[in-house]
Every structure is written in C-alpha cells, then in structure tokens.
Design a protein around this ligand. Structure first.
Ligand SMILES: [Zn+2]
Length: 424
C-alpha cells in the first residue's frame, strides 16, 4: 500500500535567504506566499555542505553527529591527517578509523521499517552519502548509487547526470516522475548543486550567478507542481524547501597552516602535530597530544590577527555546536566586512587555506563561518500543521529532521533540533 502521509524535502545548495525574490526566484517566491516562511533561519557551524548534510539528516549539530566539516582530521600515527569528507571513499575511511559513521541515527535509519528515505543528490559524493551512510534506504549520486545495506544498485538505475544546472534538472525530472509519483517513499529528498556550485566560481549577483538561481528555482517549481498534483489526489504531504547555508564574497585568502609553521607553532610544514582542516571562510585546528601545550599560544596568536574573526577554544566550541574531541581544539571563523560587492550583494569574508593563498578566488563566493549571510539559508514549509505566514523566531537546519519525523508520526527523541510544528 502506498503511504499517504509523507514528506518531500528540496535543498537548493548555498541559496542565500536575502537573494530569494520575485525577480530572481519567482517560483520559490510564489511558494513562499502559500507556505510558512522561516525569516530567522540559521545554518550550523561550520556552514559547509557535508557536515550540514549530516545535520539535516540527523537533526543534530556536529558535536553530536561527529562529522566536523567539509574536511576533517583523523588519527595519523601520533598526530592527525586532514581528509576530504567529499570523496566517495570517506564514509568507509571514517568507519575504519572510528568503528562507525555518524554517531546518531539519520532520518533514513529512523524510517528503516518503512524502507528508509530516497535521496537524490547532485553535490559532492560525501555530502550525498552522509544522508544515509549505513544504507537504510536509497541514495542516488553520479559517483555511485546504493540501496539497502549500501548494496550498489545496477547500472540501469544509476544517476548519470552532469554536475551543473542541467544535471539538477534531469535529476529533478526523475525525482518527480519515478520517486514522487511512482515509488512514493515516506521521505524523499532532492539536493540540487546550484546555485552553490556556480557561486564558488562566479561573482555574486553576476549574470551567471542569477542564471543558476533561476535554474534552481525552476527545479523547485517542478517539484511544487508535482506535490500540488499529489495533494489534489488527497495525499497529506509535508513539503519543505530550503538551503543549507548562504555565500559571501571572498576578500582575501590566508594560508593559516603555513603561518603557524612560520611562527614556530607547528614543527614542519608537513608535520602531523598541528593540522588545519579548511572550511572555506572558517577552519578547524587539530592538535596531537604532544602539542597540547601549544593550543593556548596558537589561540592567542590567532586572536591578534586582522584576518581572524571568532576564535573558539575547547569548551567554547560548544557555542558553535561543536566539541573538543579527537584532536579538534580550535575553531576559527575568518574576519568579515559588511559591505556590498560590485553587484550590490553584501558580505565580504577572508578565507583560510592550508599552505598557499588562492588569489584567483578573490571576489567569488564562499562560506563556512559565522558571517551573517553565509549563516542565512532560507526555509519554507507547507502541508501538515503549517499555515502560510512568517515565523520570526530563530530556527536552524537541525530543525528539518524533527519536523519531518513529527509529520510522519515518529519520535524526535535524541535530536538537537525541534519540530517546527510546535511553533507553527
Ligand atoms: Zn552547501
């Protein structure tokens, strides 16, 4: 029997809330007019895609789910080595290093008795797979698609799409026809790579940026039309559309790990005693046990630098939903400047690199820290308990999973977030 009460979630990666407008995103704007709009919605820290994907999947901050960012360090002998969480192999690398993937269950796991979730994602493989790293449902990605038990799906079922707005559109068509109209899972989630993918190589507000915002908007419109059709047939669908974070404009790039070596805090450029996992406009610093006495001096040095914004050490990491564990001791959000770029889009930020600056990226989009705009994703919800109107109290991307679970009649125990129906 098809499930009549279900949830449909669409994430437009990197879409800033203040850029959603009738002109740039008419379909999202139309949907907003008949949905609950969360006007003070926030990202987690770091405001990057891969750990945010785990936060959206689990309803927990990184301190609880254990995925630190887009990159994170794992033990390397007596020290640490930085790994790219986006690579398809990282799920198994994390399992090998720690004996598990995420530390808390995903929505897909909580729904395993109903076949888990069906996820279609066009972002990095890591971000896609952390929606369901233990294989309770289905995850479709161009780097490989998996069914229950993380069993690879046959070639004819692969998601062979391009990593751009054309791929987003092809994925959206399949999502509507095969998943929403055909297979009808309790939870279906679509994660578009745009506008984020292009924002990283474009000037915010430029014609190429506006074009991919419009492309993502068209995908949302197609899903909205499909949801309308299913509702007209009597289905009770919770429809959630949002983003994971925003973007800011890169002011300058700072090779922070190299500077720690040059200042004498790190033993060698390639030593594993102190390593930095870059997160765009923020960074995480890991210290080997042998470098414990250098945590406070490094924090002091960072706080004196003009390119540093907030510096959180040990217990202070809790302010950002993180915790000091497995070598992670310092989080650094880079300096911000609230001024507009050439197209009038506000928010400049420095970025942290490991060893070399990246001047060619200056002027393009980035995210990862505590900046006002990178921390301002959008969120709207309709169906179930949600009447149209603005919700002005702060909400977070960790509230998405409990909201879905509440609609589906499942417990939300163990989640950091809360069901937004309670505030509706
Ligand atoms: Zn993202």
């Amino acid at each position: 029997m098809p499930i009549s009460r279900r949830a449909v979630v669409v994430i437009c990666d990197g879409m800033r809330r203040d850029l959603v407008s009738a002109q740039r995103t008419p379909r999202i704007q139309e949907l907003q007019s008949r949905s609950r709009w969360f006007a003070a919605h926030r990202s987690v820290f770091p405001s990057v895609t891969r750990s945010s994907s785990a936060s959206i999947a689990t309803g927990c901050h990184p301190a609880r789910h254990g995925l630190h960012g887009n990159t994170m360090a794992l033990p390397d002998g007596a020290g640490y080595a930085v790994h790219n969480v986006g690579e398809p192999e990282f799920v198994e690398r994390l399992r090998a290093a720690s004996g598990r993937t995420l530390c808390v269950p995903t929505a897909a796991e909580r729904l395993r008795e109903q076949g888990g979730a069906i996820v279609l994602s066009n972002v990095s493989p890591g971000a896609a797979y952390f929606q369901d790293p233990d294989g309770h449902g289905h995850v479709y990605h161009r780097s490989g698609s998996y069914g229950p038990g993380r069993a690879p799906l046959p070639a004819r079922e692969h998601l062979t799409i391009s990593h751009d707005s054309a791929g987003d559109w092809a994925m959206t068509e399949r999502f509507c026809d095969e998943i929403l109209l055909g297979r009808r899972p309790a939870l279906a989630l679509l994660w578009l790579c745009e506008p984020d993918h292009t924002q990283h190589d474009a000037v915010l507000g430029s014609p190429e940026h506006l074009a991919v915002m419009a492309a993502a908007d068209r995908c949302v419109g197609a899903v909205a039309a499909t949801v309308d059709r299913l509702r007209a047939a009597g289905e009770d669908i919770l429809f959630v559309v949002g983003s994971d974070h925003g973007h800011e404009t890169i002011r300058e790039s700072v090779p922070v790990e190299r500077l720690l070596f040059e200042q004498g805090y790190k033993r060698a450029l390639d030593s594993n005693d102190i390593v930095m996992a870059p997160q765009g406009t923020s960074a995480l610093l890991y210290f080997a046990a042998s470098a414990n006495d250098r945590v406070a001096p490094v924090a002091r040095y960072l706080r004196e630098q003009p390119w540093a914004g907030r510096v959180l050490v040990d217990a202070e990491l809790a302010q950002a939903g993180m915790c000091a564990e497995r070598g992670l001791r310092i989080a650094l959000s880079m300096a911000k400047q609230d001024v507009p770029n050439a197209h009038g889009i506000a928010g400049l930020s420095d970025i942290a690199t490991r060893f070399e600056p990246t001047p060619r990226k200056t002027g393009m989009g980035q995210h990862g820290g505590f900046g006002a705009y990178e921390q301002a994703p959008f969120l709207l919800a309709s169906g179930g308990a949600f009447a149209p109107g603005d919700h002005t109290q702060p909400t977070s991307i960790v509230d998405i999973a409990p909201t879905v679970m509440r609609h589906l009649g499942h417990s939300v125990a163990g989640m950091d977030g809360r069901p937004l129906q309670d505030a509706a």
